[in-house]
Ligand binder design. Structure first.
Ligand SMILES: Cc1ncc(COP(=O)(O)O)c(C=O)c1O
Length: 390
């Protein structure tokens, strides 16, 4: 490590409160699926900055959209109309599954979930939210209470009341919990941080029916699965099931902070001016980045890219000796190893200049690459993973 890199790492550590344990390098720039360090090294990024970098790092069209917007106006809140916001909202709704016809723009995943749960509680005048063991929804009060991973809730008191958890995939448990006090059922359709856990189609269909019977809303947290990661714009719509609301963030604006709650006209029609608000949500830079993100996904046929190359990735993983199993859909992938923790593989892959992610399951390594990841880089990853010897 060069002295300048060491000094930059020291400076960050000195002036920032601890968050994540960081990788031991300083990123200076990125291009598509590659990031470059202050030491002049190049890494293949299979983690996409926490599932954020949908269109690859610094895609020229995203850069152009942000730059042009910044030159016109950087920000004004929802107190005014904006040409950029109007176009962005229409574009997002054009790709949303019917009957989700309205968006509320926010700034992050947890804010989207807080608002979706608030809307459900407000409109139903009920208090209870059912979510799932193994789910992650964010770190603010309602999202944290809905989260089903104990690690993130330790030492946080008081936990918001009104939240119960069922086993993911167990409809009987949901049926036992759901009642006339239930405002909503909230779930990640693929539990990402929980270890890329999936549920069968019948579970989603049964959930829809259970919510309809109880008069509760169904909310999909698509903060990770949304915006193309599974090979479709949204998980919603699969198996004939559309939730009442979808929450989005991460990839939605290719790295400019943004979130959204998608809802139907019926829901939006019951919300009064002043019920919802946010200063920064729907800012022009974020909207310009989101519009360009959707354009790039469409023009570069990234949904097809994800579908085709995920199949290819899975076919290559089948042949890797150390891999016990793998799961996921599109570019949300969990790899379980026969021996040893995923952390060790992550470390050894990092030595081979490949960035991957961990999960709450110590045996599962996660890949959340840009949607632009192609066959050549998948080959590189599979070759390097096969070459890792413990
Ligand atoms: C499924 C899911 N929901 C919500 C969140 C919270 O998003 P944010 O960190 O933008 O608040 C995350 C973040 O990792 C997530 O993965």
């Amino acid at each position: 490590m060069q002295p300048q890199t060491e000094s930059l790492i020291d400076t960050e550590e000195r002036y920032q409160a601890p968050t994540y344990k960081k990788f031991p390098f300083v990123i200076t720039h990125g291009e598509d699926v590659w990031v470059y360090t202050a030491d002049g090294e190049k890494y293949l990024d299979l983690y996409g900055g926490h599932a954020v970098v949908a269109t690859g790092h610094s895609h020229p069209r995203i850069v152009k959209a942000i730059t042009e917007q910044a030159g016109r106006i950087i920000f004004y809140s929802n107190l005014v109309y904006s040409d950029t916001r109007a176009r962005a909202a229409r574009k997002l709704i054009e790709i949303a599954p019917s009957p989700l016809t309205k968006t509320f723009f926010v700034n992050s995943g947890t804010e989207a979930n807080e608002n979706a749960m608030k809307i459900a509680r407000m409109l139903t005048q009920r208090t209870k939210i059912i979510s799932f063991e193994g789910g992650f929804h964010g770190r603010t009060p309602a999202s944290l209470a809905a989260t089903g991973l104990a690690k993130y809730k330790q030492n946080v008191h008081p936990m918001l009341e009104g939240h119960t958890h069922a086993e993911f995939g167990d409809i009987d448990q949901v049926e036992a919990l759901i009642d006339e006090e239930t405002a909503a059922v909230l779930l990640e359709p693929i539990q990402s941080l929980g270890g890329v856990r999936m549920a069968p189609p019948e579970f989603f269909q049964a959930l829809r029916q259970a919510c309809d019977r109880a008069g509760a809303m169904l909310i999909y947290d698509e903060v990770q699965t949304g915006m193309g990661r599974t090979g479709e714009y949204f998980f919603a719509g699969r198996y004939g099931v559309v939730p009442d609301m979808i929450t989005l963030a991460k990839a939605i604006a290719s790295g400019i902070p943004m979130g959204a709650v998608l809802m139907s006209d019926a829901i939006s029609g019951e919300i009064k001016a002043g019920d919802l608000g946010t200063t920064f949500g729907g800012g022009m830079i974020a909207c310009a980045a989101m519009e360009a993100t959707i354009d790039v996904i469409r023009d570069e046929r990234l949904l097809e890219n994800v579908r085709t190359n995920a199949e290819y990735l899975f076919s290559r993983l089948k042949a890797v000796e150390s891999v016990e199993a793998f799961g996921g859909m599109g570019y949300i992938v969990g790899i379980r190893f026969k021996q040893n923790d995923a952390k060790l593989y992550q470390q050894l892959l990092l030595e081979r200049k490949i960035i991957t992610g961990l999960s709450d399951d110590p045996r599962v390594l996660r890949l959340l690459p840009p949607l632009t990841l192609r066959k050549a880089e998948i080959d590189l990853f599979a070759d390097e993973l096969s070459a890792v010897k413990l």
